[in-house]
Design a protein around this ligand. Structure first.
Ligand SMILES: [Zn+2]
Length: 390
């Protein structure tokens, strides 16, 4: 069997060798891109599919590094990485890096592939150092910037993520403006924690410069105004959320309510929500209006409004609140008992229900993550709509 395998290997090696020679000659004449032709990749695929890992290992070790075989080494390395055998990939690429006979035209590609191996192995500092060296590379500079942005995100180094993100964003055909806005917001959040409101505001303006639709920036800007006691300014900013993305209005309502308490503008707050209701009949808007009626005009007015709204739009949260209002004036024992039963059902349906869902991967949870914890995309987690949601 061993002999048979060796013979087969030899046959494949001869075939690949012939093709490498042919490619090298063709390249010498045309001076084209050093990328491998697809039929060589096909031949390598046959090698990987047909032989055991041990045979491939010994084949790689016995294969000399020459200008003709560099492409093959690179393909074998990337095969190992794709198969999760990162250590083997690192050995193949490190071997190439240490060889002075590797042609200059391949040097950047070898370094890039080794950096990707380090990424796959979680060795971020080593990957970072190689990607930084490739910054000026014509073929791999832009790709390296993308990976650097990824590394700095993983390390939560938002200053560098923003710096390299801006450089990557400037590349032709690249648009990561939503991501850049969130990097600026991350920095602003840190500044807010340190009470550096002036700098935080500047970072948030920068965020809105990248992405005018960045709801997070306006919510944070409003919180800064509120921390400084500037409630009217906060209201102006919070009312912009509707125009940015109406699905996020529920995030602004509790803050608007807080501002109205300090400004003593309960009815103004309610009128604003009533105006919104025409375009946005989310549970938060409906409950915001009902609660405002309850505070200013009493529970019967709140009940009347909520009943009328629930006849037009089914909402579990609305029903739950209606039970609360009706319980206030319930007198008979049977009414109180019935309301208690309904309340128990609505609460058990609402408890533990996810409130937000990622539009990209479907991840659902009770917290609003600006970066999806599952697919790592930015700005894709939104409040869940429907009878049980908004
Ligand atoms: Zn996701």
């Amino acid at each position: 069997m061993d002999t048979f395998v060796q013979w087969l290997m030899l046959a494949v090696a001869i075939g690949v060798g012939w093709l490498l020679g042919y490619t090298a000659k063709k390249k010498a004449y045309s001076g084209v891109d050093p990328a491998l032709p697809s039929n060589l990749k096909d031949r390598l695929k046959i090698l990987f599919d047909t032989y055991s890992e041990e045979v491939i290992d010994s084949f790689v070790q016995s294969l000399e590094v020459t200008s003709e075989t560099v492409g093959m080494h690179l393909s074998i390395g990337s095969h190992f990485r794709k198969n999760g055998e990162v250590e083997k990939a690192i050995l193949v690429h490190q071997n190439l890096m240490s060889r002075p006979e590797v042609p200059k035209s391949y040097a950047d590609e070898v370094m890039f592939e080794l950096a990707r191996d380090y990424m796959a192995a979680g060795l971020l500092d080593r990957a970072e150092s190689l990607f930084l060296q490739l910054n000026e590379s014509r073929s791999f500079g832009s790709k390296s910037l993308k990976w650097l942005v990824d590394i700095y995100q993983q390390e939560r180094d938002w200053d560098r993520a923003l710096e390299y993100g801006v450089r990557y964003h400037a590349q032709k055909g690249v648009d990561i403006s939503v991501m850049l806005a969130h990097f600026a917001c991350e920095l602003a959040e840190k500044l807010v924690e340190q009470h550096h409101y002036w700098d935080a505001r500047n970072k948030l303006r920068e965020a809105l410069g990248f992405d005018r639709g960045c709801v997070r920036a306006n919510l944070l800007l409003a919180k800064i105004h509120m921390a400084e006691g500037h409630y009217s300014e906060a209201v102006v900013v919070l009312r912009k959320v509707e125009g940015q993305d109406t699905r996020f209005v529920p995030e602004a309502i509790p803050l608007l309510h807080e501002c109205s308490k300090y400004l003593k503008t309960e009815s103004k707050f309610r009128h604003y929500l009533e105006g919104l209701l025409v375009k946005n009949d989310s549970s938060s808007v409906i409950l915001g209006i009902a609660d405002s009626y309850n505070r200013e005009l009493g529970v019967l007015e709140a009940e009347k409004f909520l009943e009328g709204t629930l006849l037009k739009k089914s909402s579990l949260k609305g029903l739950d609140r209606l039970v609360d209002y009706q319980s206030v004036n319930a007198v008979s024992e049977s009414d109180i008992r019935h309301l208690m039963i309904i309340k128990r059902v609505t609460q058990s349906l609402l408890d533990g229900k996810p409130v937000y869902r990622c539009e990209s991967c479907g991840f659902a949870g009770e917290l609003l993550h600006w970066q999806c914890p599952s697919c790592k995309e930015w700005g894709v987690v939104t409040p869940i709509q429907g009878v049980e949601g908004e």
